[in-house]
Design a binder for this molecule. Sequence first.
Ligand SMILES: [Fe+2]
Ligand SMILES: [Fe+2]
Length: 188
Amino acid sequence: MDIVNQVEKEVRKYIEEYKNNSEDNYDFWNEHVKYVYKESIDLAKKYNADEEVVRLGALLHDIALIRQVGDKKDHHINGKIIAEEILSKYLYPVDKMNRVLNCIYNHRSSKNGTTLEELCVADADILAHFDNISMLFNLAYNRYNINLNEVREWMRNAFEKDYNDLSEKTKESFKEKYTQICKIVLGD
Ligand SMILES: [Fe+2]
Ligand SMILES: [Fe+2]
């Protein structure tokens, strides 16, 4: 797991740089990556996926956004390239590296993934939103300038889209919590 610690350190260094250079001091680690990391480890254990591959995939999945390379819409593609550079530097074995790279490339929807490890990272990326609902409100109010009278509808659409993007088995186990969250946050 040494490689995981090294990569975590490196990712956190880039996150610090991003934070210091961003207008709103956005902390990618505390607002997003730490939740994806935690959720992905839980899923890896639950689904018997390769934990090292999943951990590395989770740590690196948004690396192109953090390093601000290319367009947001292409961050899975650029992320794969950056992650390959990072993992090669640590002489990470090519077969395992390719499995990590596929987690990054396919992280934007569980439906794109073919392996258990890809599914864990993609599902964790979604579950992380529900772990940090205050971040979603920040996004709505401060980035998209949504009004108070529209924010519930915006949030409902965001929740539904996220929930529908989960894999079938994670959807099933998350269903009860999802219903509770909708009740509390949206007043359903
Ligand atoms: Fe992403
Ligand atoms: Fe993400």
